[in-house]
Design a binder for this molecule. Structure first.
Ligand SMILES: NC(=O)c1ccc[n+]([C@@H]2O[C@H](COP(=O)([O-])OP(=O)(O)OC[C@H]3O[C@@H](n4cnc5c(N)ncnc54)[C@H](O)[C@@H]3O)[C@@H](O)[C@H]2O)c1
Length: 332
């Protein structure tokens, strides 16, 4: 299979990817748009003319960004709360041209659960986004050519989905593996959408933004921060040369959300603005050279159509069971 390539490099910014692209009249949603990569994504899409809704837990934090442009508005959604996601979807009116599933939480040190009792990293990074995009399916279909962007991470190379115990109910909790699994699940969601919703004109792709110093790292312990190069041996913050700016990190998200170069492309994984080749994932990748070595590749387990179907079933059942318990109805 020929890999899709673009003229853009690893350090191209989101604004450069969208130079000359007119998104006037398009409506887009960016989850977690009030900080880090989300903010850079929102700005680039809005500057290109799209009307962008920041989907955030805390609308107050988004206020300065909303005030920057008449193209930006804000809505409340907590991705770790099924009722909140459902309310957001029910309130959405009209078509949506792109959903950038960017919100995320990384390496919560202890196992936490959400209101539904789901492990928090899987709940936020994957199950919440599954509920969001399935809840918006009619709006996505109405846009005729809508795109879903799953913001994954190179960390997906470290773990596939453990279908026997995805929520760490029986095995000991491992914060890194829980994050890695949720990010594999994000790629599998793009594959799942591409397999199910192509007839609706809905395209879905996944990406890794690279490494960027953001608030995402706040739960990491000192040893991990040092291992990924975010601090030196004295614990001082460092920004290694290979770290990107948020504007560079957001480039692949906006490429997948809005670039005419990717018209019709679906079910693929991109990094550094290029489609990445499939490799065998596993912890050996970390041992071989840390996160710096884990670039420009996608693990076989993250693009496996059988795993994508199995995970879709798992998410549908999990969400339906939770809705039944709370007496709500869901359409998936
Ligand atoms: N920064 C990196 O180096 C890096 C590397 C790989 C992947 N990523 C991915 O990029 C995405 C953006 O991360 P970032 O680096 O900008 O970090 P960030 O912490 O600045 O952004 C994450 C956003 O998600 C939001 N969020 C978290 N839980 C939420 C919930 N329950 N409901 C709604 N919103 C919620 C946060 O409020 C925040 O705005 C994440 O999905 C992350 O996994 C980042």
């Amino acid at each position: 299979m020929t890999l899709i390539s673009t003229p853009f490099g690893a350090r191209t910014t989101a604004a450069e990817v969208l130079a000359g692209v007119d998104l006037t009249g398009r409506r887009m949603i960016v989850t977690g748009g009030a900080s880090g990569l989300g903010t850079a994504t929102v700005r680039a899409l809005a500057d290109a003319g799209a009307r962008v809704t920041i989907a955030t837990r805390n609308p107050t934090i988004a206020k300065p960004l909303v005030e920057e442009s008449p193209n930006i508005d804000v809505a409340t959604v907590d991705l770790a709360d099924l009722d909140s996601v459902r309310a957001f979807c029910a309130a959405w009116d009209g078509p949506v041209d792109a959903v950038v599933a960017n919100a995320g939480v990384m390496m919560l040190p202890e196992r936490q659960v959400n209101a539904q009792g789901w492990e928090m990293q899987l709940a936020t990074n994957y199950l919440g986004h599954f509920a969001l995009v399935t809840g918006l399916r009619t709006a996505l279909r109405a846009a005729e050519g809508a795109r879903v962007v799953m913001v994954s991470s190179g960390a997906h190379l470290l773990a596939g989905v453990d279908f026997e115990d995805p929520q760490f109910e029986r095995k000991p909790y491992d914060s890194m593996i829980a994050y890695a699994q949720s990010k594999t699940a994000d790629v599998l969601l793009a594959v799942g959408i591409s397999r199910r919703w192509a007839q609706d004109g809905i395209r879905a792709n996944a990406c890794s933004p690279g490494q960027i110093l953001t608030n995402l790292l706040r739960h990491l312990d000192a040893a991990t921060l040092q291992a990924i190069g975010a601090t030196d041996s004295d614990g001082n913050t460092t920004i290694p040369d290979h770290y990107k700016t948020p504007e560079e990190g957001a480039a692949t998200s906006v490429l997948l959300a809005a670039s005419p170069l990717l018209e019709g492309v679906t079910g693929r994984y991109f990094e550094n603005n290029q489609e990445a080749p499939v490799v065998e994932g596993g912890p050996h990748l970390m041992a071989a050279g840390g996160p710096e070595a884990m670039v420009d590749m996608v693990a076989e387990w993250a693009v496996d159509p059988v795993a994508a179907d199995r995970l879709w079933e798992y998410a549908s059942t999990t969400i339906r069971d939770a809705a039944d318990l709370s007496g709500a109805s869901v359409s998936l």
